[in-house]
Design a protein. Structure first.
Length: 365
């Protein structure tokens, strides 16, 4: 479940806030924990078991470390066991197949790969757990007696997938005050753009992800951290996917609109108008896919893509031959969509981006 998805914004998040508000004080962290486990298990429920196992181990080792603080060697042993077991679990998921590949390459063996799927967020919750056991060992905090509170710290959904990693000592007191736990969740969601907090008014769901991503990409582009070719690759991947989906989901009205835009492109010789028509044509294709993530991502990139398309259009229109080739790609694309011809449409998109890549190569010379 993504923060920008419809299920999260309009079902999950409002439901969590309602349940939290209705729950008595003693159950508020339980609501947060169950909500977080549901959020994490949305895509791959089986990995919830691994996370809960890791939390259980952290709970036991935390208690043992505190219990034997008076015996430094035992406390260090339990800390070492906690750290090694956490890192072994992380290493298994992240590097087992990598290790097998290298062994095969070095020895000539043909050991079968395990084809392990990496659980989402495993790095984040592993280091959250390590923070807890290290803080207990240092006696910065007392071992958590309530497993639900510890699990809430590790699994809290606003930070579970992408961080930030929060030291246990920084949040230990808040875990014992349920209202503060949700305040921390709201603070993180406000920082990441999931909600907008307005003093005296309340917290509101916002859709700033596209804007944030566009701003980030624009800055990266300005600082030469990404270039035209990388933007072209992203756009090509998204539009090829969009076309495949549009074959099943595009309405007659959307296909007719694309055909009309192609005709206008044929007639137009104005660079600015061509750029706008081209943008609308490709946006309509993305819209026709019926996939809101494809559409949202292209919208998020629109600031960079607008500049990209305009520059490429200017390059293409320098010769009549290039203009004709580009418009021919658009025609074949819309024809393929009308005919539900997957191969023809993908070939048209491939030719479209090959033309752009040729221009990129000429720029670099």
């Amino acid at each position: 479940m993504l923060f920008s998805s419809i299920p999260f914004l309009f079902w999950f998040l409002p439901g969590v806030l309602i349940l939290y508000a209705a729950a008595p004080g003693s159950l508020k962290n339980t609501v947060l924990l169950l909500s977080s486990l549901f959020f994490y298990g949305w895509g791959e429920p089986r990995y919830v078991i691994w996370m809960m196992l890791a939390i259980l181990m952290a709970y036991i080792f935390g208690w043992l470390i505190e219990r034997y603080q008076s015996v430094p060697k035992l406390a260090r042993l339990f800390l070492a066991l906690s750290v090694s077991s956490s890192l072994l679990m992380l290493g298994y998921f992240k590097y087992a197949d990598f290790f097998i590949r290298n062994v095969n390459a070095a020895t000539g063996c043909s050991i079968s790969l395990l084809n392990i799927t990496l659980p989402i967020g495993i790095s984040f919750y592993t280091f959250q757990i390590l923070s807890y056991t290290v803080d207990v060992y240092r006696q910065d905090v007392k071992a958590q007696r309530n497993p639900i509170d510890l699990a809430t710290y590790v699994a809290l959904f606003p930070q579970l997938i992408a961080g930030p990693i929060v030291r246990y000592s920084d949040i230990a007191e808040q875990l014992n005050v349920s209202r503060n736990s949700v305040r921390e969740a709201i603070r993180i969601m406000d920082m990441t753009g999931v909600i907008s907090s307005q003093q005296g008014s309340g917290n509101y769901i916002t859709c700033e992800f596209q804007k944030s991503l566009a701003e980030t990409m624009t800055m990266m582009f300005a600082m030469d951290q990404i270039d035209y070719s990388q933007i072209s690759q992203i756009r090509q991947a998204l539009e090829c996917l969009a076309f495949s989906l549009a074959i099943e989901h595009a309405s007659d009205g959307q296909i007719e609109e694309m055909e009309m835009l192609v005709k206008e492109l044929d007639k137009s010789s104005d660079d600015a108008k061509n750029a706008a028509l081209d943008k609308k044509l490709h946006f309509t294709l993305a819209q026709s896919s019926g996939n809101i993530l494809v559409l949202d991502f292209l919208e998020a990139c629109s600031g960079v893509i607008d500049s990209f398309i305009h520059d490429m259009r200017a390059e293409i229109l320098r010769t009549e031959e290039r203009k004709k080739l580009l418009n021919e790609c658009h025609k074949k694309l819309t024809e393929a969509l009308r005919e539900k011809d997957e191969m023809k449409g993908q070939e048209a998109l491939k030719r479209h981006f090959m033309l752009i890549n040729e221009i990129l190569e000429e720029r670099e010379k």
